[in-house]
Design a protein around this ligand. Structure first.
Ligand SMILES: Cc1cc2nc3c(=O)[nH]c(=O)nc-3n(C[C@H](O)[C@H](O)[C@H](O)COP(=O)(O)OP(=O)(O)OC[C@H]3O[C@@H](n4cnc5c(N)ncnc54)[C@H](O)[C@@H]3O)c2cc1C
Length: 390
């Protein structure tokens, strides 16, 4: 059995980028991904400037930006009026925008790049079943397309998602916090006349957010409030429900007949108690699941991968990775935990701002936001939203 430098468990957006970053450093990497099909559901859409810097390290940024919509401005509206806007033009010299592209298209670009850097590294249809840590390596056993498979690696990166089987196998606690909020979303033909702006409608019965996507499509995300008589809990909501809520709250008419995707999601937060156990490191949603509101989860995972790649490369340079200094990953782990906690808090603020409120509180919210969006320092809000702090 050959011993890889690194096996990445999970070939989602974070695992594949991590593998590409390691392959680019000349390391021998394999990715085990249990799925064989493409996930159809478009989850993440916003790619922020710090992530574009990381994607640029593996020469994917330009390609992604060419496919994406460049969102240069976020506009806040309420009661049919514009309260103000936040520009992203000062967040980065090269990337003065948020790039909007459905996650499955981003993942396709990443897989293509990994295949160029490390042909055959992504093993689809291969699910990890168990792993065992030895002093000098980790043994992995799984089920592949043709039956049981085995491999060994100096290090394992667990990018196996929010429910992380690896995290469970290591006995790492990840307390779950559920929020009461429930959202529906829908991708439809964009007749909103908002162009390439992201728009947040802060309305009495709950927030409506909308983001432009390539191909003249716009994603609407609606917080379900008391006006959503239909319970979307059981599965994907009807596009008509989303269209009705958007129209009633914002006056924007969308044609549900053009919907290419509808989905409902609840919100939870889960931070792993630790992200390093011997030679195994949790990254991405396996390490921290945060609310999608604010669009940070995938970006946060990519920034884990970017911070970890040089640490792993360094550890492999010392005695080929056979000797492991227990402090190797400590600064990485502490710094990434701080970022995850901050992201989770920011997502909580975003959610709180969008919840249904009474007339008095809504008036106060409008006044506060209008004032904040007139301050000379308002560009700092753009930097916060675009994750310049991570
Ligand atoms: C509605 C919604 C909207 C979102 N919008 C945004 C956004 O705009 N911006 C943003 O940054 N984030 C957003 N997110 C969050 C983002 O989708 C996640 O943070 C991101 O997908 C995490 O990537 P990951 O690779 O860590 O995990 P995943 O994408 O979950 O990938 C994990 C992979 O591991 C594989 N796997 C699991 N177990 C095994 C095993 N035993 N063996 C082998 N493989 C295994 C799975 O099949 C999967 O492919 C959104 C999420 C949702 C739900």
């Amino acid at each position: 059995m050959i011993t890889h430098d690194v096996v990445v468990v999970g070939g989602g957006s974070v695992g594949v980028l991590a593998a590409a970053l390691l392959a680019r450093r000349g390391l021998d990497v394999a990715v085990w991904e249990r799925r064989t099909d493409e996930p159809a559901l478009s989850r993440a859409i916003g790619v922020h400037a710090p992530s574009l810097d990381v994607l640029d390290e593996v020469d994917v940024a330009d390609e992604l930006v060419a496919e994406a919509v460049r969102v240069r401005r976020g506009v806040a509206r309420s009661g049919g009026r514009t309260l103000g806007s936040v520009s992203f033009d000062r967040v980065h010299r090269r990337w003065p925008f948020v790039a909007a592209l459905p996650q499955h298209r981003t993942e396709r670009l990443l897989r293509g790049r990994l295949e160029t850097l490390a042909p055959g590294a992504l093993r689809r249809g291969t699910a990890l079943v168990e792993l065992e840590q030895e002093p000098e390596r980790v043994l992995l056993r799984g089920e592949g397309p043709g039956g049981p498979v085995e491999a060994a690696a100096r290090f394992v990166l667990a990018a196996d998602g929010a429910r992380s089987p690896v995290r469970d196998a290591l006995g790492i606690d990840a307390p779950l916090r559920r929020y009461p909020d429930r959202y529906v979303m829908c991708d439809v033909a964009d007749d909103s006349r908002h162009g390439a702006d992201a728009v947040v409608h802060l309305e009495r019965r709950g927030v409506v957010e909308s983001f432009p996507l390539p191909g003249g499509v716009r994603r609407f995300v609606v917080l379900l409030g008391e006006d959503a008589a239909v319970d979307a809990r059981g599965g994907d909501p009807d596009a008509g429900l989303v269209a009705r809520l958007v129209a009633e709250r914002t006056g924007v008419e969308v044609d549900p007949g053009t919907a290419s995707m509808t989905s409902a999601f609840g919100v939870q937060r889960r931070l792993a108690g630790r992200t390093v156990a011997g030679r195994v490191v949790l990254i991405g949603d396996a390490a921290h699941e945060i609310s999608p509101i604010g669009g940070q989860g995938m970006n946060l995972g990519w920034l884990d991968a970017a911070a970890l790649a040089p640490v792993v490369a360094r550890a492999l340079r010392s005695a080929g990775g056979r000797r492991l200094d227990p402090t190797t990953f400590r600064p990485y782990e502490e710094a990434r935990r701080r970022s995850a906690v901050r992201s989770a808090r920011q997502a909580e603020i975003n959610m709180a701002l969008g919840r249904p409120v009474g007339a008095v509180a809504l008036a106060a919210r409008r006044a506060g936001l209008s004032a904040a969006l007139r301050l000379p320092t308002r560009h700092l809000l753009g930097s916060v939203y675009a994750m310049r702090w991570v």
